[in-house]
Design a protein around this ligand. Structure first.
Ligand code: FES
Ligand SMILES: [Fe+2]
Length: 341
């Protein structure tokens, strides 16, 4: 599947960057599904996104300057608002009307959970994925990853639901090589995703013991994991002591071969119980273990389930492939692939 060649994928919301990054420095550029966009904050502090190409002589607006909630092109100073409409041409006199064709495409943009989300289509198929734990003010949100991976989003998603890789990929963190048999999981299909429930026995290494407030060498993760089509998931883990550690991860599609990994976790404990720094350190170790392997996989991930071989624990990844194929079919699309595999 070549994500930039499946137009229906433009109809989903994707997290593109932490809002703190934009507050720190704007404008900023991002590439979403091959579309180059520029982002900044308007006068109300709301993020806005337009195509990163001036309609005058195609200069990148992301090289410009934000002035009073608008962006000024660095080349001749044309000024655009957050809707992409040119509101000032410095070379014209104030009484001259600006032609309505002086505009660039703008995109739907919103802030949620501390991140800027963009949908390239005016009619999203779904709202921004719901992370109920992140809406509860009693919980804390900890940003964990903002990394560019050379990997397809589908590979990242199926990896998240794959109980068979822990013993190998995560042998240095929580996986047990003595227990290669994956924990069984119960799958429920959703209209635009799936949920799995599983009880996963894991190693509880010293670095994690203080994060979890548990000194046992082994523990059990009670997992409820939701795939939000196409490239987001929430991994809600509850431990025997009642600690909730819910990890939201998106593999935002940048191009056919590249994904922006956006991850935060939500916990029902406090900084005094476990420091954000230690929690980030452990989860980043796990994520980097996945990265090493996933970046070696074929980014043109085939949806045809006869192309790769499977085992029973691959069922979530198979459901994902079928659901994506069915989505494409509903929207009159065929899976687009590289000409030669
Ligand atoms: S190229 Fe942007 S104002 Fe001329
Ligand atoms: Fe993993």
């Amino acid at each position: 599947m070549l994500v930039t060649q499946q137009p229906v994928l433009n109809r989903f919301w994707y997290p593109v960057m932490p809002i703190a990054k934009l507050i720190d420095k704007m404008p900023d550029a991002f590439e979403l599904l091959g579309q180059k966009i520029v982002l900044w904050l308007d006068t109300e502090g709301q993020p806005v996104a337009v195509r990163d190409r001036c309609c005058h002589r195609t200069a990148k607006l992301s090289k410009g300057t934000v002035i009073n909630g608008c962006i000024q092109c660095a080349y001749h100073g044309w000024l655009y608002n957050g809707q992409g409409v040119c509101v000032k041409v410095p070379q014209s006199s104030p009484d001259q009307k600006i032609p309505s064709s002086y505009k660039v495409d703008s995109f739907k943009c919103a802030e949620r959970y501390g991140y800027v989300w963009v949908c390239l289509d005016n009619e999203p198929l779904l709202p921004i994925p719901s992370v109920p734990e992140a809406e509860d003010p009693a919980n804390r949100i900890i940003p964990q990853c903002y990394d560019l991976w050379q990997c397809s989003g589908l590979r990242v998603m199926e990896n998240s639901f794959d109980n068979a890789h822990f013993s190998f990929v995560h042998a240095a963190s929580f996986g047990s090589i003595e227990q290669p048999k994956p924990a069984p999981s119960e799958i429920t299909s959703l209209d635009f995703g799936l949920v799995i429930k599983s009880e996963v026995p894991v190693i509880n290494p010293p670095a994690q013991q203080k994060n979890l407030g548990m000194t046992e060498a082994y523990t059990t993760r009670f997992v409820e994991s939701t795939w939000h089509m196409p490239f987001s998931r929430t991994l809600k883990i509850t431990y025997p002591n009642g600690l909730m550690h819910s990890i939201f991860t998106a593999a935002t599609p940048v191009s056919d071969r590249t994904s922006q990994i956006v991850q935060f976790c939500v916990r029902n404990d406090t900084e005094a119980d476990a420091s954000a720094e230690d929690i980030i350190a452990f989860d980043r170790q796990v994520v980097l273990e996945d990265r090493v392997v996933l970046e070696t996989t074929n980014y043109d991930t085939p949806l045809d389930v006869t192309v790769e071989q499977h085992m029973p624990s691959d069922q979530p990844g198979i459901v994902m492939r079928r659901k994506l194929l069915s989505l494409f079919k509903q929207h009159g699309e065929k899976e687009q692939l590289l000409p030669f595999q």
